[in-house]
Design a binder for this molecule. Structure first.
Ligand code: SIN
Length: 276
């Protein structure tokens, strides 16, 4: 795969059970390349769940109603008459949870003729490119997150509280809305031991101990640094493609450049551990 991260794995039919050796090899590629891609799969939600479960415990996803009969699988859909999309800003999934997920698995059911690609930016490469002094400075910072920022932006843009992907907040969603965890800005990857920038601008309130105004200039710089083309990979979806990405070291962004066409995906989330 051209770009800073990602590897395509060929020759597997993921609708079939996989041996422990194959799962181990996929996991190694995932830890080394941070996102792995598969093409031309034929996965119903049960098969996607069975494959996902080989990598960890599947989590519920807040705010989006799951597929009927498949509580861990959510549809990510943009209809031809919709203008905003899900995940259209750079982010890492659920960083606004106290224990954010390890990985996300997204499967393409229906994709537009052109567009709807997903961009990934590599927090480890972006960290390793910094001077020692800047690494030291960032290593001292903690970031406070909440999901309300991004939800408010979407609501203001769409003038609605029920975008195609979203249901009205339940009680457990309210708890998510009211939680503002603090995570280190530089995170040590629990499997590779490498340090990387762990940051999701759109969910950020501020650096812990600073005001939002004091935080903003460095946050703007971080976002610009992290999303430089040299740290990114762009994945073009085809029907049956599956991406499995590492939320602990990547941010991603779904391009919204296909108005008038439908894009329909199935997504599941795999639990992680507390960032350190
Ligand atoms: C997401 O942010 O999980 C959605 C990514 C995509 O639809 O490409």
């Amino acid at each position: 795969v051209p770009g800073a991260c990602g590897a395509e794995i060929q020759g597997l039919d993921l609708s079939q059970p996989q041996s422990d050796e194959v799962i181990c090899a996929i996991r190694e590629a995932f830890v080394q390349h941070h996102v792995v891609f598969f093409r031309e799969q034929h996965l119903d939600p049960a098969a996607q769940v069975a494959f996902g479960e080989r990598f960890g415990v599947l989590e519920d996803y807040p705010f989006v109603a799951p597929l009927p009969g498949h509580p861990k699988v959510i549809p990510i859909v943009k209809e031809p008459d919709e203008t905003s999309n899900f995940g259209g800003g750079w982010h890492t999934d659920l960083i606004y949870r106290p224990v954010p997920p390890m990985g996300t698995m997204l499967y393409a059911v229906e994709v537009p003729q052109r567009g709807g690609d997903t961009l990934f930016a590599d927090g480890i490469k972006a960290y390793e490119a910094l001077s020692g002094a800047m690494q030291g400075l960032l290593g001292q910072l903690q970031v406070e997150y909440n999901v309300r920022h991004v939800m408010r932006d979407i609501d203001e843009r769409d003038n609605a509280t029920t975008q195609g992907n979203r249901s009205m907040p339940s009680q457990s969603d309210q708890e998510v809305l009211n939680t503002s965890p603090v995570h280190p800005l530089v995170r040590t990857h629990p499997e590779s031991g490498r340090k990387g920038i762990y940051f999701s601008r759109e969910h950020t309130i501020r650096f812990a101990g600073m005001t939002p105004g004091e935080s903003k200039p460095l946050m703007d710089w971080l976002q610009a640094h992290l999303t430089q083309p040299i740290f990114t990979t762009r994945f073009h979806w085809t029907p049956g493609a599956l991406a499995f990405w590492d939320n602990r070291c990547l941010i991603h962004c779904a391009l919204n450049d296909y108005h008038g066409e439908r894009r329909y995906m199935h997504r599941l989330t795999i639990a992680g551990d507390k960032p350190v």
